[in-house]
Design a protein around this ligand. Structure first.
Ligand code: ADP
Ligand code: ZN
Length: 308
C-alpha cells in the first residue's frame, strides 16, 4: 500500500500529516520560521512517521504561488509579504529532501479538495471553499476539478462597495486598501474595533458589518461561478452568530433574482462550515499527494511504452 505525506503550509505554522484519510491521519505542527529550518523539520517528521518510506507528498501552500508546470518557477511561493519566503522553491525543496513526487496547490484549493473527498463537498461537483482568517482566500471546484486559470483565484482581493460614512476604516490590504480581505479579514476586524475578533461579543455591530462584506463577496461568486454550495472556514467563522447573518445578507443582496431553493428556503445547507473542521487543508494535501503519485506512475508507464 502506498504511503503519502501531507503539508499545509501557512504563514504562521505548517501542519503535516501521514496517513490515508481522516480516520488515520497523524499530524504535527511546526512554526513557520526560516524556510530551510522549516522544511528540514517537516521532512524529518514525515520520514519518521512514514517508516518504510513515502511514495509522494502533497503541499497546500500560502501564496501567491506559481502553479504553472511549464514555468521555470513552478512550485515557488512568489510575492508573499513574508520576505524570507519570497521566491522560495517550496515544492522543489520538499521534493529534493524526500526524493518523492510532490503535488502542489494553494492552501484553499487543497482545503476544497479535502472537503470534496471527505467533507461538505462530497458528491458536489461545483462548490466554493472560502477561508476567513488572517487573510481571505477561496478555492473553486468546477465540474469536479479545481479552477486554476491564469495564476489561481485570489478571491479575497475583489473590490467591495465600501460606504466610508458608515465604516470609516480604510482597509488593511497593502495592495488595495479596502478590498474584501482589507475590510473583512480577522486583522481588519481587529484594526477597526481595537480588539481581536474572538473578543467581540456576539451582539456587537461588528458582526453585522462583517456579514455584510462577506455576503457581497459571496453574491459575486454566486453570480460568476454558480456554486452549488459555499463552505466557509477560517478563524473568523468560529463566531457562531456569523453564519445566520451571512446567509440572511446573501439572500438580501441577491434579492430573489437567482431562483433556487438553495438560496432561499434551503440556504442553511448552502452556506455551511467545513465538515473536516481545521483539517480540510492538510487532508486535501493528502489528496494532492495521491494525484502526484498517480501522475508520476502514468509518466513512468508512458516512458516504458516509448522505449519498447
Ligand atoms: P490563519 O488564517 O492564519 O490560518 P485562522 O484561520 O485561525 O488562521 O485565522 C486567524 C484570525 O481569526 C485572527 O485574525 C483571529 O482574530 C480570528 N479568530 C480566531 N478565532 C476566532 C473566533 N473564535 N472568533 C472570531 N475570530 C477568530
Ligand atoms: Zn487586496
Amino acid at each position: 500500500m502506498s504511503v503519502f505525506g501531507a503539508i499545509e503550509a501557512g504563514g504562521t505554522k505548517f501542519v503535516c500529516g501521514v496517513g490515508t484519510g481522516p480516520d488515520d491521519l497523524v499530524t504535527a505542527s511546526f512554526p513557520t520560521s526560516a524556510p530551510d529550518v522549516t522544511v528540514e523539520a517537516i521532512g524529518r517528521f514525515l520520514e519518521r512517521q512514514a517508516g518504510a518510506g513515502l511514495d509522494a507528498v502533497g503541499i497546500g501552500s500560502f501564496g501567491p504561488v506559481d502553479l504553472d508546470p511549464a514555468s521555470a518557477t513552478f512550485g515557488y511561493i512568489t510575492s508573499t509579504p513574508k520576505l524570507e519566503w519570497q521566491h522560495f522553491n517550496l515544492a522543489g525543496a520538499v521534493g529534493r529532501m524526500l526524493g518523492v513526487p510532490v503535488g502542489f496547490d494553494t492552501d484553499v484549493n487543497a482545503a476544497a479538495l479535502g472537503e470534496a473527498r471527505w467533507g461538505a463537498g462530497r458528491e458536489i461537483r461545483d462548490f466554493l471553499y472560502l477561508t476567513v482568517g488572517t487573510g481571505i482566500g477561496g478555492g473553486a471546484m468546477a465540474h469536479g476539478e479545481l479552477l486554476h486559470g491564469l495564476v489561481h483565484p485570489e478571491m479575497g482581493h475583489i473590490p467591495i462597495p465600501h460606504d466610508r460614512a458608515a465604516d470609516p476604516y480604510r482597509g488593511g490590504c497593502p495592495y488595495h486598501g479596502d478590498c474584501l480581505e482589507g475590510l473583512a479579514s480577522g486583522p481588519a476586524m481587529e484594526a477597526r474595533w481595537g480588539i481581536p475578533a474572538q473578543e467581540l461579543p456576539a451582539d456587537h455591530p461588528g458582526w453585522a458589518l462583517e456579514a455584510h462584506y462577506l455576503a457581497l463577496g459571496l453574491a459575486t461568486w454566486v453570480c460568476t461561478l454558480s456554486p452549488r454550495r459555499i463552505i466557509l472556514g477560517g478563524g473568523v467563522m468560529q463566531q457562531p452568530a456569523l453564519f445566520p447573518l451571512v446567509r440572511r445578507e446573501l439572500a438580501h443582496t441577491l434579492n430573489g433574482y437567482i431562483r433556487a431553493a438553495e438560496l432561499s428556503e434551503n440556504i442553511d445547507l448552502y452556506v455551511v462550515p467545513p465538515q473536516l473542521g481545521n483539517r480540510s487543508g492538510v487532508l486535501g494535501a493528502l489528496v494532492l499527494a495521491e494525484q502526484a503519485h498517480r501522475n508520476s506512475r502514468a509518466r513512468i508507464a508512458a516512458n516504458a511504452v516509448v522505449e519498447e
